[in-house]
Write a protein that binds this ligand. Sequence first.
Ligand code: SF4
Length: 359
Amino acid sequence: MNAIDYQRAPDLASAVRANSLAGSAIIGGGTNLLDLMKGGVAQPVRLIDITRIAGLDQITTLPGGGLRIGATVRNSDLANHALVRERYPLLSQALLAGASAQLRNMATVGGNLMQRTRCHYFYDVVYAECNKRRPGSGCAAQQGFNRMHAIFGADARLDPNALAGSTAAAAAMNSQGDAGAAHSQCIAVQPSDMSVGLAALDATVRVTGPNGDRLIAMEHFHRLPGMTPERDNNLEPGEIITAVDLPASNFGSHVRYLKIRDRASYAFALVSVAAALDMDGNRVRSARIVLGGVAHKPWRAASVEQMLTGRTLDDATLAQAAASMVREAQPYPGNAFKVTLAQRAVIRAVREASQGVPA
Ligand code: SF4
């Protein structure tokens, strides 16, 4: 048995100090971290509980109409908050599509952003090959069971900090070459539904750490795996998520979070789509389309957004836009079905979003 030091942080400064020590881990609801510890995947020596820090469990309005959501707000409280349901129904839909009611009652916003991939090989330490768990060891999923895995952005040569959507990413090859790239590959996907909704709503993550406070656009919070698949996000050592800010949004009335999965509930997405439209009658003024279950981060379908903007929605436009998105797909034998599924999911999500939010 491993001894673990449990500390209840009284304030953020104490939490940052403790979290800067080697072997520390922040705990909120513990709905993912405790599973990882039980399986021997995570072995922290110190748990820093931030759930008693005053103010982190609050949802407050921002000047100009936005919302600030504290890091320890529970997923169920956020999904059912009156202002979230009224102004950001896409976020409410995404949250309610995730996990189970019991898990949503425990899970926090910060923990949701920090949850790790559900790749089976990552969770089972019997498998020696997992670049995310043991960098440089290989990737068992590439030759194994890869039904749940990525079809976008998993090329190890892609710059993890490049924008999803991926023309920019594809241009950003690193200098380590194909051999090194293959050895570092990870085709895991980021599992959070909430993150997909937040990316579509142009959210910003507020963090604090040893070097002070900073903001990270949601679109850049999670990373492509690149040559460092052990890193899921762009937090620096010791940094803690304090809140998520949502700007005032025009995406309040025509949205849809569509999640395709193997079971009707309590299952991770094969493909999910956050579709948000700003409509002028039947014409799309602007659009945000972000996919989950297809990449190591929420995958913004920039080509679809561009092709829908200024257009009236019809079958031909939707089919053309969805087809543009999958030109850069790199499926594996077990997940090739996702290429067609992603297109159909985008078409359906956009159609349903255009019809408004169900009462
Ligand atoms: Fe590990 Fe990533 Fe490969 Fe899964 S896909 S086995 S997490 S390296």
